[in-house]
Ligand binder design. Structure first.
Ligand code: ARG
Length: 628
């Protein structure tokens, strides 16, 4: 649970605990003669068993903290929010009024979990801090005709989470996929298609077919190089010329390329839909406007940011840039005679000399990023833009951010790079993973195997295909978001699909159990009441309930914390915290066979718990299941 002060915007209508904190702040402020807001900032979550704690020294007052603490204690008056306090030296610990806490928190959750026009799944946990502001989040961004690798998967998962998070914080969010769809390799792809392509295969599965074609034509290039004394490849040369034609707007080449692109998008969309991921815009390197690229180049020149570089120098620099880089533009080995390239002169910033334009005038990845950012600003006038890209491209991102800042672009300070570590060992039974669908199929299969091992769980499942697919994807996503983003991890199908430990399967199961209790008691005629005022929450006297309810109450704060650190793990940990709390509550909070009022009250707790867990899961882009 969050223990920081992420709750400075006080809004009891969306976060019940704010009212309790305010009450503490009011008393502190009057005892110590400090402003209410200062006092409010000093209210922290307490350790286990304590709701809130105030550390007196943090206010930096003249008088001794111990004396001030005495004063606070002697002036404390219990009220509808606060039941009592204890003192531990200079720390004051507050315990909220238990029955009021349980009643108000559950009522808020129940009420705010109702669907509304703007929040189809309810708004509990959401806030308006971003209201009126607009953000562009770029994520996923695979390369057409190339494998959808682990980095793209992480970007997709983390990016979707971030977009959902910004939505929950009231921002207007634009989800942008920046496809790798431009460069010499697409000239090569077109040649490959003329040689090996099939219209039928292209329409059936563009991603797969284009990849096959691309691999084959690359083989041609390799063979030609091997068999030529000076490593010359006519195919490669042809590809360069074709790409030049594309950059010069040649209709026929562009038409073919556009079909590759469109059909690939159709295919990607199916996969994204399966992953519960969506985009507002499919951009791409190809869509960065030529004029803007040229204008950006001009601006870089006029700001004196450019230097000349021989092709050999630029290749060495590029190799150091990123082992797994995106652009194959950097791996051409046959340009020794080419005229000098233009590079950013960033040695003084320790950012090297990245090439922006090749000797033959064709543009490079980084220049398209520089111009692309400007284009997006013109289009969307964003307040903030986030790039979700793996840490192998840290240097590249620092370079183009620096360029934009030296160009004095008005939005340069509003750019953020959300990075993440590598995934190791991602392979399926069929071998090295090339396609997103392989990863998803593999986890689905592994899940189905797990489910078959457990008859008890299997018997409730009406649609094992759908269920294993959803749970499988939950497993992939949870594994990905469990640790801090920066951590690299090893993809482990077996472990991640287990029901033991904090896995996606366990999480879905926790949600399913909360749904099933409702189905089971319905058989006894206990139907949830629609009016929370008709529930007698004073019957909820177990310490377990209090602990659970307090954790549910902290959800709006947890969302705010995640917004500060951009860490999906904050939400994942919260989901498991709630799951563990309910799982330990089942034995004490029995619903079946209890007298009606008690059964209703307990059912109400589980119903609210289910809503909060489902919201947190949705924030992570998961689809909470009713049965499995
Ligand atoms: N297509 C690139 C790759 O596969 C990722 C693009 C990252 N975004 C950007 N604006 N450079 O590595």
């Amino acid at each position: 649970m969050t223990r920081t002060n992420d709750h400075l915007s006080i809004n009891p209508e969306s976060s019940c605990l704010d009212a309790y904190r305010s009450s503490i702040a009011t008393q502190i402020s009057s005892s110590l003669g400090i402003p209410l807001s200062t006092a409010y900032e000093g209210v922290d979550y307490g350790k286990k068993g304590i709701d809130f704690t105030v550390a007196i020294p943090r206010f930096r007052l003249k008088e001794k903290p111990a004396i001030l603490a005495d004063k606070v204690v002697s002036e404390f008056t219990p009220n509808e929010y606060l039941q009592f306090i204890t003192r531990d030296g200079i720390f004051i610990h507050y315990i909220c009024h238990t029955t009021n806490l349980i009643r108000t928190v559950l009522k808020q959750i129940f009420t705010l979990s109702k669907p509304t026009g703007s929040h189809p799944h309810g708004s509990y946990g959401c806030n308006n801090s971003g209201s009126g502001k607009q953000i562009v989040i770029e994520f996923s961004s695979p390369n057409i005709a190339k494998p959808f690798h682990a980095g793209h998967l992480r970007s997709t998962i983390i990016g979707t989470f971030l977009a959902n998070l910004f939505d929950a914080n009231g921002w207007k969010t634009i989800r942008l996929n920046y496809l790798g769809d431009w460069g010499k390799q697409y000239g090569l792809l077109a040649i490959g298609f003329h040689r090996y392509g099939s219209e039928e295969k292209l329409t059936n599965n563009a991603i797969l077919h284009l990849f096959e074609v691309y691999v084959r034509v690359n083989k041609d290039v390799e063979n030609e190089k091997e068999n030529s004394p000076n490593k010359f490849s006519p195919t490669n040369q042809e590809a360069k010329e074709l790409f030049k034609k594309m950059e010069d707007n040649d209709k026929e080449t562009l038409d073919l390329w556009k079909r590759f692109r469109d059909l690939s998008i159709v295919e990607y969309e199916k996969l994204y839909r399966r992953l519960n991921v969506r985009f507002d815009v499919y951009g791409g390197e190809s869509l960065v406007k030529e004029e803007l690229i040229m204008e950006s180049l001009g601006k870089l020149k006029s700001k004196n940011l450019l230097t000349k570089k021989t092709e050999r120098e630029s290749r060495i620099g590029a190799a150091a840039l990123a082992a797994e880089a995106i652009s194959d533009e950097q791996d051409t080995g046959d340009d020794d005679q080419a005229p000098d390239a233009l590079a950013l002169d960033f040695d003084q910033y320790n950012l090297g000399k990245p090439v922006v334009q090749k000797g033959d005038g064709t543009t490079i990845y980084i220049l398209r990023d520089i111009a692309g950012a400007r284009q997006r600003y013109q289009l969307y006038n964003f307040d903030k833009m986030i790039y979700v890209i793996g840490d192998q491209q840290d240097l590249h991102v620092r370079q183009f951010f620096k360029a934009l800042s030296l160009m004095e672009e008005p939005f340069a300070d509003e750019l953020e790079h959300v990075n993440f570590g590598k995934i190791h060992g991602m392979s399926s039974r069929k071998g090295e993973v090339k396609f997103l669908s392989d990863i998803l199929d593999a986890s689905k299969e592994a899940m189905l195997d797990q489910m078959k091992k457990n008859d008890e769980k299997m018997k409730d499942v009406t649609d094992p295909e759908y269920t294993s697919d959803e749970v499988g994807m939950t497993c992939v996503k949870i594994q990905d978001m469990s640790a801090k983003r920066a951590h690299a991890y090893t993809f482990d199908l077996q472990r991640m699909t287990s029901f033991e430990g904090d896995t996606g399967a366990y999480l879905q199961y926790a949600h399913v159990r909360l749904c099933s209790v409702q189905r089971k008691v319905a058989l006894d005629g206990i139907i949830p009441r629609d009016n929370p005022d008709l529930i007698d929450t004073t019957l909820l006297i177990e310490p377990k309930v209090r602990e659970l309810v307090f954790a549910l109450a902290s959800y709006p704060d947890v969302v705010k914390t995640a917004m500060k650190n951009y860490e999906p793990s904050t939400i994942v940990s919260y989901c498991f915290k709630i799951s563990h709390l309910v799982s330990s509550a089942w034995e004490t909070l029995i619903v079946r066979g209890q007298e009606t009022e008690l059964a209703q009250a307990r059912l109400y707790v589980f119903q609210c718990t289910r809503s909060v867990l489902a919201s947190a899961m949705r924030l992570l882009s998961l689809t909470p299941l009713d049965r499995m």
